[in-house]
Design a binder for this molecule. Structure first.
Ligand code: FE2
Length: 255
């Protein structure tokens, strides 16, 4: 099974870039399933039905999110529809939506789980405890975890914690691709952050001058996404569908 995973998609430009590139990339690289993190895909942050549908229509099969998942109320109904749009599993039980999705095809069954870190982030349910409970309910060996977290230490620890228990653990949220992709001892693929799909000349997708102003003055500044030179960062992964183990993991960076 060949999986393409795209990092945090930023705004309309990120969505448009995926529309432009994805079909060809899938074909040329024999991709079976595409996952993208869409929590910043709406202009002005969060995710909206419009941006989610744009990603699905472009060929994304499963959309994961993170701390901005519930920022826009318009997405709540869509999160409840169980169509492959998920939010972190360790959100409160009253949150709309679900923390995992089973993508079931004639060829393979894949479970995608979304989790959120708690180091330097909101104090929600412990993600290690959450995944232990969740894994008891999953009836496929092919399991991919999007760990949406800030701290590299928490992401690495989760990778080792789940080594041999899931197929792949990859990080999102920090928008900067890390060069540490690997296959852990017991067959779990791992990378600390897969990067983003957004403007290259930016601070995590946002116009640099606006971030500089906020950091320099501590005054409120309305962020706007950078509009030029889109890059698409992510990974392609090969998973042995019979064993549920990663056999190959490669970083991708399209400009
Ligand atoms: Fe995030």
């Amino acid at each position: 099974m060949r999986v393409l995973i795209i990092g945090d998609v930023v705004g309309q430009m990120g969505c448009d870039f995926i529309r432009q590139k994805l079909a060809k990339y899938k074909l040329e690289n024999q991709i079976d399933v595409v996952i993208a993190n869409g929590e910043n895909s709406a202009e002005g942050n969060g995710i909206l039905p419009h941006s989610a549908n744009h990603l699905f229509d472009s060929g994304v099969n499963i959309i994961t999110t993170g701390n901005h998942a519930l920022r826009r109320r318009e997405i709540y109904d869509m999160l409840n529809e169980q169509i492959g749009l998920i939010r972190p599993a360790n959100f409160h039980s009253e949150a709309p939506g679900c923390g995992y999705y089973i993508y079931d095809t004639a060829n393979f069954k894949l479970c995608v789980i979304n989790l959120q870190g708690t180091v330097y982030m909101d104090n929600i349910q412990n993600p290690f405890e959450c995944i232990d409970n969740l894994l008891k309910q999953i009836d496929t060996k092919n399991i991919i975890v999007d760990f949406h977290a800030e701290a590299t230490s928490e992401k690495l620890a989760m990778g080792y914690y789940l080594d041999g228990r899931v197929s792949l653990v990859y990080g999102t949220h920090t928008h900067v691709q890390t060069a540490d992709e690997r296959i852990l001892k017991n067959g779990t693929g791992y990378i600390t952050d897969i990067g983003m799909c957004g403007g290259y000349e930016s601070v995590l997708g946002v116009k640099p001058e606006l971030v500089i102003k906020r950091l320099k003055t501590n005054l409120p500044v309305r962020f706007e996404n950078a509009k030029d030179n889109c890059v698409l960062c992510g990974i392609t992964v090969e998973i042995d569908k019979n064993l549920g183990k990663t056999t190959k993991i490669e970083r991708i960076y399209l400009s």
